[in-house]
Design a protein around this ligand. Sequence first.
Ligand SMILES: CSCCC(=O)C(=O)O
Ligand SMILES: [Fe+2]
Length: 189
Amino acid sequence: MAVEAWFMDESGEDQRLPHHRDPKEFMSLDRLAELGVLYWKLDPSDYENDEELRKIREDRGYSYMDLLDLCPEKVDNYEQKLKNFYTEHIHGDEEIRYCLAGSGYFDIRDKEDRWIRIWMKPGDLIVLPAGIYHRFTLDTDNYVKLMRLFVGEPVWTAYNRPQEDHPARKEYVKCLTEKVSPGVALFAH
Ligand SMILES: CSCCC(=O)C(=O)O
Ligand SMILES: [Fe+2]
């Protein structure tokens, strides 16, 4: 099944809960693509020898790769990191994450500034375009193992909202308003 994404409710309850609206309002992959978000479903069981992943990395220039095992034993400053991940921010580059195990939520803003929650499960690979406001949280299962990909030397710097004058933000907003797919416009060579 394709990735599940939905509009969030406004409640201030535990961030690890699903936060569905009542009734539930799902969002299609097509509409995620309109926001410049790319998605693939892969087989994570043998990711080291996966031809499909190799092809995506080659096509998009994702030369850098590392693994992030998000549990208190393996991550320094675990609590602080989780807090930072859930603070709304942008990056100057794409954010590329591939879920190998566990699960978690990427929240992104749509054109009307509403939160869309994307439920990442094993096999889900997503690319968030540079300049899109987003955040991340674990879900109630409390564990995720993610592959991080990047073009060249990685830069993980997060710029917390507001960032309307950041070049990547300006470019992203421009693509949205011109109704050009940001994924294409920003990253076509
Ligand atoms: C746990 S990876 C996702 C968190 C995030 O948005 C980031 O690392 O910038
Ligand atoms: Fe991020």
